[in-house]
Ligand binder design. Structure first.
Ligand code: FAD
Length: 460
């Protein structure tokens, strides 16, 4: 066994996982003169063409952009972003209707390639001169008493002595498993709730060198129990994702032949099928992914081990916030380092308790958003409430902001957005009861309810 790395300087951090959160955190810590070792089980994606993992592209929103700005990487990232101004709803007759996300030009989200984003962060981390990235290092064991982690590459076994570990190793985190062994009541402290729906990624290729459909939108084909979505890529293709029950009458389980897949797409997604020339090949070759919500009451062990990102709080992808939340974790952590003079003993429990209830809130909102995306967006009452929410935001900007906007365009803690969103929903329901048109909504009642039930929004 070789001893790969030994700590020498005092400000040492070991990160497990060089995905999105691990790579960003390395950059932010390097800026604070930490010596950072990052262990990543996959090969270096900048040298070997590997899939960056689940989901080829991701929606990046304000919460994710602020940490990238703090890391000084936005100038490299901006050129690879495609803005999406709203949801383009495709009904079952092939009609399209754009539902805008926000009310101003700035209120947009961005489609970004997971792999390209990760590569930029890796480059930036290495350029700092303070970060060592160790690839092909699948951490298999963490010895908390001896302060050692163990991994093997294709030839040898290695160990690395650590001072402090940050587990940024995603939903299936080995760091979380090590943490579980340190606590007694594992079942009540850590849970993984699988979703009974899975997903499959497909591609609309570009057409005659151009996008096949409108590029500046997130496309949704809502079909009640399931849906198809599409996000634009820089190369003018679209990554298309089918979300569908794993089992049951209409499910991944029953789509088990070329004929059934073709018939399913003809019935529900006829317009999209025309843009998928090799549907059957893609359907067979591309894996069916699983989705789950991970919740942990314990994010740390003393000041030695801390979880961030999906390792602590994997959420289902329907609010497009998993990465954004993971990036926000990184920024919150280093903000606390700055304000508490690098006192990790104080910071780690403080950080964990601050982020835990926010992570729980986005986990719940993400689950709720699946119903909204696959079903509610087609509903007239939903559209009336959305229109009214925008009107209320215009008239009471300090008290009422639509929940989607609070999550995607603001920096209000997720838990506040969740709480305020529930109150706002009740107000919207009361105001639209028996109403079909926004012109007949009682705006005096609206003012009374809002000022009675909602405090003024205070945002940092
Ligand atoms: P990961 O990105 O999973 O990175 C973990 C890293 O750790 C990986 O590189 C992995 O190889 C490495 N690793 C794991 N185990 C070990 C080990 N034992 N040793 C060493 N290395 C290890 N989020 C959004 O914000 N917007 C979206 O639009 C969005 N869309 C999504 C769509 C889908 C279908 C899915 C599944 C997720 C989506 N997400 C989205 C969520 C987002 O992908 C995650 O929240 C984000 O990747 C979390 O980053 P992370 O760094 O915590 O984990």
């Amino acid at each position: 066994m070789s001893s790969a790395t030994k700590p020498s300087a005092t400000k040492q951090i070991t990160i497990i996982g060089c995905g999105l959160a691990g790579a960003l955190l390395a950059v932010l810590l390097a800026k604070r003169n930490y010596q950072v070792s990052v262990f990543e089980k996959r090969p270096d994606m900048r040298k070997i063409d590997i899939s960056a993992g689940r989901s080829i592209n991701l929606a990046l929103a304000n919460r994710g952009i602020a940490p990238l700005e703090a890391a000084g990487v936005m100038s490299e990232i901006k050129p690879i972003l495609t803005s999406m101004v709203g949801r383009m709803i495709h009904d079952d007759k092939g009609n399209q209707n754009l539902q805008k996300y926000g009310q101003t030009e700035q209120e947009v989200i961005y489609s970004v390639s997971r792999g390209d984003l990760n590569k930029i962060l890796m480059d930036k981390a290495e350029q700092s001169g303070h970060v060592k990235l160790i690839f092909d290092a699948d951490i298999s064991k963490i010895d908390v008493n001896e302060n050692k982690i163990f991994y093997s590459d294709s030839e040898n076994s290695h160990e690395h002595e650590f001072q402090r570990i940050i587990g940024a190793d995603g939903a299936g985190s080995i760091t979380r498993k090590a943490l579980q062994q340190l606590y007694d009541d594992v079942e009540s402290e850590f849970s993984t709730e699988p979703l009974d729906h899975g997903y499959k990624e497909l591609t609309f290729p570009s057409q005659k060198g151009d996008y096949a459909i409108e590029p500046h939108a997130l496309h949704i084909w809502p079909r009640g129990e399931f849906m198809l979505i599409a996000l634009p890529n820089e190369d003018k293709s679209f990554t298309v994702t089918l979300f569908l029950p794993q089992q049951g009458k209409t499910s991944f389980e029953t789509l088990d032949s070329e004929e059934k897949v073709a018939q399913f797409f003809n019935t529900y997604f006829a317009d999209a099928k025309k843009l998928l020339p090799d549907l059957n090949r893609q359907f067979v070759e591309n894996p069916t992914g699983k989705l789950a919500t991970v919740r942990c009451n314990r994010w740390h062990w003393q000041d030695k081990i801390l979880l961030i990102g999906d390792a602590a709080h994997a959420v289902v992808p329907f609010h497009g916030q998993g990465m954004n939340c993971a990036f926000e974790d990184c920024l919150e952590l280093v903000k606390q380092l700055d304000s508490e003079d690098d006192n990790w003993t104080k910071i780690i429990p403080q950080f964990a308790s601050l982020r835990k209830h926010n992570a729980d809130a986005i986990a719940d909102m993400a689950l709720e958003n699946y119903i909204e995306m696959r079903s509610s967006v087609r509903d007239k009452k939903y559209l009336l409430k959305k229109e009214l929410a925008f009107k209320l935001e215009q008239q009471f900007p300090h008290h009422f902001i639509p929940r989607y906007s609070m999550v995607m365009f603001h920096h209000l803690p997720y838990s506040d957005a969740y709480k305020r969103g529930k109150i706002q929903q009740l107000i919207l329901e009361q105001l639209t009861q028996d109403q079909r048109d926004i012109t007949t909504v009682d705006m005096k009642l609206a003012a009374r309810l809002i000022l009675q039930k909602l405090t003024a929004i205070i945002e940092n």
